[in-house]
Design a protein. Structure first.
Length: 380
């Protein structure tokens, strides 16, 4: 059956419905047939191919991966909740557990801090983890930022896959450092941890030690002054006695010139006795000087040790203030592959997206493989 017959039958069918044929029926038929191409392509859908299950299989695998990932996520949340119940299990959030990622801070506490003391001596620690395609270049750029902010590099190393920087910077430059380091990589390739610890207990301990040391020094200095005063008083007393006895001797010597024999004999005995007493007093003075020197050596040693302790306490206080004024930080650099970057920026696990992409590709491949092109229709 040719095209002309097909169109004619359609018009006849329409005409039966209308009960009449238009007067220009033949003209319309010719006009329509003149606009229909002789040959044109037509696609038909033959029977289904054998790989229709591939898109569904890849989709199912992607869903399974997503479910496994979600299950692991909630499992981790459950473990963290167990830790936070107040019972320390095998893993507890102590400083030691975070030693590999967070800069540790000296911690001291003796009893509870009184709420009345509202001072803060915050020691800040900073740790950043950066993932990059070029570890060595990023390490160099990070070190330049640290030095430009008045920091000091204490340790630095880098290789093809990993790098590490340990540094110290002034605390007032921390925010500038965070901005500078964060700008080195994309947002999701940067992770930072900042922790702070109030060193008020250490400050209070230093202040108490300084107070006790100063009190001890003042007491030692008072004791030294007391020793000197007692010594001078004793020496003055002994010397006064000697003067008195020497005065008596001089008086007796003058009397001796005019005395009779009996009185001269008596004067000689008295003078001898006075000289014995003077010798005794001089011995007491020698003992006093010896005891005084021993006491002075001891008290001077005590004062010297106390002064050294006081200097050490003041140095400890200055070191604490210097320590608080700085930030100890570290930067870890890790190499990341292109697949890793894709995994970071795509929501959910990368494997699930791979399976979804495979399902998409296989679906359209299947649709394309089941379409057959023809040069023209065969109406005969």
């Amino acid at each position: 059956m040719n095209k002309y017959k097909i169109i004619q039958n359609k018009f006849k069918s329409w005409g039966r419905g209308e009960r009449e044929v238009p007067s220009n029926n033949e003209v319309l038929k010719r006009e329509i047939l003149s606009r229909v191409p002789i040959n044109f392509d037509r696609t038909v859908s033959p029977k289904r191919g054998p790989f229709i299950w591939l898109p569904f299989a890849f989709t199912a695998l992607a869903v399974i991966v997503l479910l496994v990932n979600i299950g692991g996520y909630f499992n981790n949340i459950g473990k963290q909740s167990t830790i936070q119940t107040g019972i320390q299990t095998e893993f507890s959030p102590t400083v030691d557990n975070y030693k590999s990622t967070v800069s540790t801070i000296p911690y001291y506490r003796e009893g509870e801090l009184p709420i009345s003391d509202k001072r803060e001596f915050l020691k800040v620690g900073y740790n950043a983890t950066l993932r990059t395609r070029n570890v060595t270049d990023l390490r160099t750029r990070a070190e330049i930022i640290i030095r430009n902010l008045g920091g000091r590099i204490d340790y630095s190393s880098s290789g093809e896959k990993n790098g590490y920087i340990n540094f110290v910077i002034p605390k007032n430059n921390l925010e500038s450092l965070k901005i500078g380091i964060k700008d080195l990589v994309w947002a999701k390739l940067y992770n930072e941890q900042v922790n702070s610890q109030n060193l008020l207990p250490e400050k209070q301990m230093i202040e108490e030690n300084q107070k006790q040391t100063e009190t001890k020094l003042n007491n030692s200095q008072k004791e030294r002054a007391q020793i000197i005063g007692d010594h001078n008083k004793n020496i003055s007393f002994y010397e006064g006695q000697i003067i008195v006895k020497n005065t008596e001797i001089n008086t007796l010597n003058m009397e001796y010139q005019y005395a009779n024999v009996w009185r001269r004999s008596e004067i000689i005995n008295i003078i001898n006795q006075l000289r014995v007493e003077i010798n005794t007093i001089q011995s007491e003075i020698a003992n006093e000087n010896k005891n005084y020197q021993e006491k002075m050596n001891w008290i001077n040693s005590q004062i010297k040790n106390t002064q050294e302790n006081l200097r050490a306490v003041k140095l400890q206080d200055a070191n604490l203030l210097d320590n608080v004024a700085t930030v100890n930080g570290s930067i870890s650099l890790n190499w990341i592959s292109l697949w890793g970057i894709a995994d970071v920026y795509l929501p959910g696990p990368l494997l699930a997206w791979i399976f979804f992409l495979a399902a998409f590709i296989t679906f359209f491949w299947y649709r394309y493989s089941t379409r057959v092109s023809y040069d023209s229709f065969d109406f005969s």
